[in-house]
Design a protein around this ligand. Structure first.
Ligand code: ADP
Length: 658
């Protein structure tokens, strides 16, 4: 068989099912992993931001502390010079430097231990009266600083311009005696907010809250949009419940990770969608595969159970498919046959001729509805008779892809048919012999009587003639009796002749061409059996002939059969009997020509004699009867040697109304 119908192994089906299931588990896991990745990335981002915030805040706190400590140290260093009897220019310059270097100090004043103002920078009273009012000069931290001898910070208080301030009091000692206290007044806003580095202020909003949580200084009035990222630390020094609140501004939208995340989500969705589509398609394909497998198993079972051999060939004649019945008929396996080109191993030498005939017929009518009889040679050398039906093989696109042939093994039927035919022929020959024997014995019996009577009358007559006294009357009587018996014998012979001729012909107006065609169809089977050919060449518009159609048919059949008998030794290609009709003057002519052995002169002389035959199984009556029939119709039957060898028999019949 050419189809690969091996059942799909179970393991493969199971594997396919597993592969299908993997996507069920793998896909949600994949999506969950992506979601976790996105969440973790965001979380990591948030942590990162928070830790950055914390470290920045710590940096800021450090910075502030460093600034305050530095100011404290500078003021402490300046202290003794401030309480000197005369303020040095250099001291003034250092004071001015402290106030103008953006270190948060807006005022510096120095007082004697009893609180009396010794000096101030900028000098008091201030040129701006508001500025003067801003000085709280709180006593408690002042006293605390003086008493404990260490710098002390005062609580914040609002200045006249609404901006809060705070003070640092630094005691000044000389020779173990308190010289006074230097007070630095800080603008809360300046030290915390104004002097922030730019990178800090672009990232964070900085605010100072008092002990009640009220905002007393802030970098900007705009509240940050990301309140979740803020940090509060005590602002110490100066202390007194002050705290710093640092809030991160909403960071810039980070487009690249966002786009990446979005594209991952979209791609994930696309993967889910395509996996679903793939699964659907896979399911459909699996269904189709199952259906196809069932269909092909059914077809294989059907083809294997068929008794008709099937074979397909492409347009070049190459075998493309054979079924098991075809393999049984030819004895070759499918592997041995498929792919072969002509000549095929089961062909006989004359197959090419028969094939040509088949191809011609196919070209004429496109298929062979009644089949062509062929003979194949099996692989083991046996002959097999087959009936081949051929039809075009049309592919799915409607084009002819080759030929499909079905082959029936008719060896047995043919053998049986030939056997019955032979038996029938033998029976006919026997019955003819019996009839003839009967006829001969009847004839002998019937004729015996008158002949015996004639013989005895003749004896009596002789006897009388030899005697001296011859009675003339008696002799006359005997002669009359002899005559009567002879007439009776003649009557018997005529009766038998009538019987042999059977009946009078039934004369009708007939078309000779139709009769020839009918005769051809009668003998066709015989022609084919003998592998001969019958070629008709009929003249159109032949006038009708008055004749017995059955008898004329008998002549044609007889002449064709004789012609075929004569061609037994002729080469296969020349084994043709031509039957032609034509009009010649007032006669219609039927001419039967063969390419046989011809008729030698000695045979020619006796050809029409009854019982003359050169064949072992012949009767020798055929031509005799044919000629009688021709004469019955007022016609003639003649013969001639054919130009290329063989014989031409010519039947001439008069045309009606001619
Ligand atoms: P039968 O066919 O029984 O022999 P026929 O009367 O038909 O009787 O033929 C007599 C003989 O004439 C044949 O045996 C054959 O020798 C010869 N004969 C007839 N037709 C032909 C022919 N076409 N070619 C050669 N010989 C022929």
């Amino acid at each position: 068989m050419t189809h690969a119908d091996a059942p799909v192994p179970q393991a493969a089906t199971r594997r396919a099912r597993w592969v299908g299931r993997i996507s069920y588990f793998a896909l949600p896991l994949f999506l969950a992993a992506i979601a976790a990745l996105v969440w973790l990335t965001r979380q990591y981002d948030a942590d990162e931001q928070r830790s950055t915030l914390i470290s920045d805040v710590l940096w800021m706190e450090q910075n502030l502390r460093f600034e305050l400590d530095r100011n404290e140290a500078d003021l402490q260093q300046l202290g003794p010079d401030l309480f000197a009897p005369r303020l040095e220019r250099q001291t003034e310059a250092r004071l001015a430097h402290l106030l103008t270097q953006g270190r948060g100090l807006v005022h510096i004043l120095w007082r004697s231990p009893d609180g009396a103002l010794v000096g101030a920078m900028p000098p008091l009273p201030a040129p701006d009266p508001d500025e003067a009012a801003d000085l709280s000069l709180a006593e408690t931290p002042f006293q605390l600083a003086r008493n404990i001898g260490r710098p002390t910070y005062g609580p914040p208080y609002p200045g006249s311009n609404g901006k809060h301030r705070f003070e640092v009091h630094i005691p000044v000692w000389s020779d173990n005696a308190s010289k006074g206290v230097v007070t630095g007044i800080y603008s809360l806003n300046d030290i915390v907010v104004r002097d922030l580095p730019w990178w800090f202020s672009t990232r964070y909003r900085v605010a100072v809250l008092d002990s009640d949580g009220r905002e007393i200084a802030a970098k900007s009035k705009v509240a940050p949009l990301s309140p979740q990222l803020d940090y509060r630390i005590p602002f110490e020094p100066p202390g007194h419940g002050l705290s710093l609140q640092i809030t991160a501004y909403k960071p810039d939208t980070r487009w690249i990770p966002l786009l990446l995340t979005a594209s991952i989500v979209i791609l994930g969705g696309a993967i889910v969608w395509s996996v679903r589509q793939l699964r659907r398609q896979l399911a459909r394909r699996q269904q189709a595969e199952v259906a196809l497998r069932a269909e092909s198993a059914f077809r294989k079972a059907m083809e294997d159970s068929m008794l008709t051999g099937m074979r397909a060939r492409d347009l070049d004649g190459r075998l493309t498919y054979v079924n098991s019945a075809f393999c049984r008929i030819t004895g070759y396996s499918a592997d041995e046959l498929v792919g072969l080109r002509p000549p095929l191993p089961y062909w006989l030498p004359n197959h090419i001729e028969q094939r040509q005939e088949l191809l011609d017929r196919l070209e004429d009518i496109g298929s062979t509805p009644d089949g062509v009889e062929l003979r194949f040679r099996r692989k083991n050398g046996e002959m097999v008779d087959v009936l081949l039906f051929e039809a075009p093989l049309i592919d799915a696109s409607g084009r002819q892809a080759g030929w499909m042939g079905s082959v029936l093994d008719i060896t047995e039927q043919k053998r049986a048919h030939e056997l019955t035919q032979q038996q029938e022929e033998r029976l006919q020959a026997t019955s003819r012999l019996i009839t003839m024997g009967e006829m001969a014995s009847t004839l002998a019996h019937e004729l015996n009587q008158p002949l015996t009577a004639i013989a005895s009358y003749a004896d009596g007559c002789l006897h009388h003639l030899q005697a001296t006294d011859t009675d003339r009357d008696e002799l006359l009587d005997i002669q009359r009796k002899i005559g009567r018996q002879a007439r009776r014998a003649g009557e018997i012979i005529r009766r038998v002749h009538d019987f042999v001729r059977r009946s009078e012909p039934r004369l009708d107006l007939i078309d000779l061409n139709t009769v020839v065609r009918d005769a051809a169809s009668l003998i066709e089977a015989d022609v084919r059996k003998r592998r001969m050919q019958l070629v008709l060449d009929l003249a159109p518009a032949l006038p009708p002939v008055k004749a017995d159609a059955v008898m004329i048919e008998q002549i044609v059949v007889n002449l064709v059969r004789n012609g075929m008998d004569a061609m037994r030794d002729t080469s296969p290609a020349d084994r043709k009997v031509h039957v032609a009709t034509r009009l010649e003057g007032h006669s219609a002519i039927v001419q039967v020509t063969d390419h046989g052995c011809g008729i030698p002169a000695d045979t020619a002389a006796r050809l029409f004699e009854p019982f003359f035959t050169t064949k072992t199984e012949g009767m020798g009556m055929g031509l005799n009867i044919c000629r009688s029939i021709a004469e019955l119709h007022h016609g003639r039957l003649t013969f001639d040697a054919a130009p290329g060898g063989g014989t031409i028999f010519t039947l001439t019949l008069p045309v009606e109304n001619a």
